[in-house]
Design a protein around this ligand. Structure first.
Ligand code: G6P
Length: 612
């Protein structure tokens, strides 16, 4: 959601900004723009639509600027058009701002600024920032950096901003509260970006700005201050992601690449942590609570979207293996419904990006109430990872496709390891059960490789159903959350309406929808509920529904009832979601491609939802 990139240094800024915006496309956006300090004047170019359109527009001119800012906008206030696109500028064109987030008190600020004679041209909340900074600079006769700091003390809401002015051509200022901003440090040059993807090509040295900090680069010198004017000692960190990891590497789409990366990603998530020979799981983020875990009353997972589905699998895993009650919460509902949180609760925040606003707010709320918070995040150094008391990084590597794939399966791997360790600490698992689980966990990457070999066959199945307008996904037990996640994948990228349901619940409503036009995807790879799910499939079959089943070699009975079936390797029930989701990711992918959809950048969606 909204991407920011900015540059100040000795290189031409325009190509760096345009490349950076391309790298940020995955976050989701509907318009794009840049502002450059070109021969002492601020030049702005904006388009509704794609970065490619902006590139084409920019290609018509020659650019020499060595200072500039760029932005991809995901509309919140005001429709996605050229006027509302960022950067935003003051009346005389001397001050320019890009912003990610929401200024909640923008209406009150705007009223006051209009009273003072400022004229607004857009419907955005961001535009107030330009006028506010200008007004403060005018009144206090202070530097740009100081005006930004003072302006932000009046702002309520969430933001990451970057600002420059033609009156201070050697200055670039950035600030954050609630939305991410990273500073890249090159040789006599600096970058700002919403995440590290636009920076990694140029430097590995970064500073993750903290909430309430303002960073200014003035005449090649970086200074970071808090909003209350305290100078900070910045911590420079080394980026671990590589350039290859954020490129397509021969695949047609990032999503497909990321589906294929899952064996390696899961291996990275468990390597060094899972030790079958010693019957041990090593997770320092869980181990620090080893004395409390045996006495815990409850665990709460919070997350959104796919990460919420991972939390649901976590409920099944942890209740099953550690006999600990688990509540699964949406970040957005949790934070606004006066939840009961006890100081001895363990709250597990699950987030690929580590930046989802609702999950982050839930973490802060849980901390305020005295609970311990453990984060399961993919992005290193992200806000949730830093806000949580302890954590488990999933090590999936950068996930660029908007539809989450490898982030999900690595979250499941993390939750499985956590469930096993908690089961041991709470003395609920026998040594033999632990040994079986750990040994089998190590076999999962190879089993996923086997499933990936079915890709062509799954594409053929996709061809038969790509025209459908509705899909139903059914699963039981561990595969109920997989049904939800399979349906989510399909609707996100193919725009087909799809619903996931616990298979037995189908007869309490969705069964009314079933006819020969309704493909029903049945996930029946878990052993425990197999016979039950066969009965549910009979109910669909007798009403003319088309059945696509995901089965193991033991699922013969279901194969004969199915119009199409995908046979995948068998595993232990708690691990079955790690395998059964793979064919569903591929099915959704191929259907979306066949329908001509923009798989990596589906309409209206954002990868990292940094507004509530
Ligand atoms: C957005 C993405 C989803 C993701 C959800 C939660 O909606 O499009 O793919 O599952 O946010 O994101 P997180 O980064 O917190 O896992």
């Amino acid at each position: 959601m909204c991407g920011i990139v900015a540059y100040i240094g000795h290189q031409a800024a325009a190509p760096i900004l345009l490349k950076g915006l391309e790298r940020l496309e995955y976050r989701g956006y509907d318009s794009a723009g840049v502002a450059l300090l070109e021969k002492g004047r601020i030049e702005i170019r904006k388009v509704k639509g794609r970065v490619a359109d902006l590139k084409a527009l920019m290609a018509q001119e020659t650019w020499t600027a060595q200072l500039g800012i760029g932005h991809t906008r995901w509309a919140t206030h005001g429709e996605p058009n050229q006027t509302n696109a960022h950067p935003h500028v003051n009346e005389d064109g001397s001050l320019v701002v890009v912003h990610n987030g929401i200024i909640e008190n923008h209406a009150a600020l705007k009223e006051e600024l209009e009273r003072r004679g400022h004229q607004f041209y857009s419907e955005t909340d961001t535009e107030v920032l330009v006028h506010l900074i200008e007004e403060i600079q005018h009144q206090k006769r202070c530097s740009l950096a100081e005006a930004v700091r003072l302006a932000l003390t009046e702002v309520v809401g969430a933001y990451a901003i970057v600002v420059f002015s033609s009156d201070e051509p050697e200055t670039l200022v950035g600030a954050r509260k609630g939305s991410p901003l990273v500073i890249g440090i090159g040789k006599n040059e600096y970058y700002f970006a919403s995440d590290a993807t636009p920076i990694v090509e140029y430097t590995k040295r970064v500073i993750y700005l903290d909430d309430g900090e303002v960073a200014s680069i003035e005449n090649g010198r970086l200074e970071i201050k808090t909003l209350d004017n305290q100078v900070q000692d910045p911590v420079i960190e080394e980026l671990t992601i590589s350039l290859e990891a954020i490129e397509k590497g021969g695949f047609e789409h990032f999503m497909l690449k990321e589906i294929y990366e899952q064996p390696e990603a899961i291996l990275r998530a468990i390597r060094g942590r899972v030790r079958p020979a010693q019957n041990r799981v090593k997770l320092s983020g869980v181990w620090i609570y080893k004395d409390e875990i045996p006495h815990l009353q409850r665990l709460i997972t919070v997350g959104c979207g796919t990460s919420w589905h991972a939390g649901l699998v976590g409920e099944y895993l942890i209740e099953d293996m550690a006999r600990l009650p688990v509540e699964v919460e949406y970040g957005s509902e949790f934070r606004y419904r006066n939840p009961i949180i006890y100081s001895n609760d363990l709250v597990v925040a699950i987030s690929q990006s580590g930046e989802t606003a609702d999950t982050l707010a839930a973490v802060k709320l849980a901390k305020e109430k005295g609970a311990r918070v453990l984060g399961i995040c993919n992005v290193v150094g992200s806000s949730i990872a830093r806000e949580a008391h302890s954590g488990i990084y999933t090590h999936a590597g950068p996930e660029i496709g908007v539809a989450s794939t490898k982030a999900f399966t690595t979250q499941l791997a993390a939750l499985t390891m956590m469930g096993i360790l908690m089961g041991q600490l709470r003395r609920q698992l026998t040594d033999e059960a632990v040994h079986q689980l750990l040994t089998e966990l190590y076999r999962i990457p190879d089993k996923i490789r086997d499933i990936l070999k079915l890709d062509n066959m799954i594409r053929e199945i996709a061809g038969k159903y790509a025209h459908a307008n509705n899909f139903l996904y059914l699963g039981r037990g561990y595969n109920f959350p997989v049904a939800l996640e399979g349906a989510l994948k399909l609707k996100e990228i193919s725009y087909i309406h799809a619903e996931g349901y616990p298979a037995a619940e189908m007869k309490h409503g969705p069964i009314a929808l079933i006819d020969e036009n309704m493909p029903v995807v049945v996930i029946a790879t878990n052993h425990k509920q197999f016979d039950k799910i066969v009965s549910n499939v009979q109910e669909v079959k007798s009403r003319g529904g088309k059945i696509i089943s995901v089965v193991t070699e033991n699922g013969r009975e279901l194969r004969s009832l199915s119009d199409d079936y995908i046979e995948i390797p068998s595993t232990l029930d708690p691990l079955s979601p790690l395998l059964s989701i793979i064919p569903l990711q591929l099915l959704a992918y191929h259907i979306a491609v066949l329908r001509g959809c923009d798989v990596d950048k589906p309409r209206n969606l954002a990868k990292s939802v940094t507004v509530e």
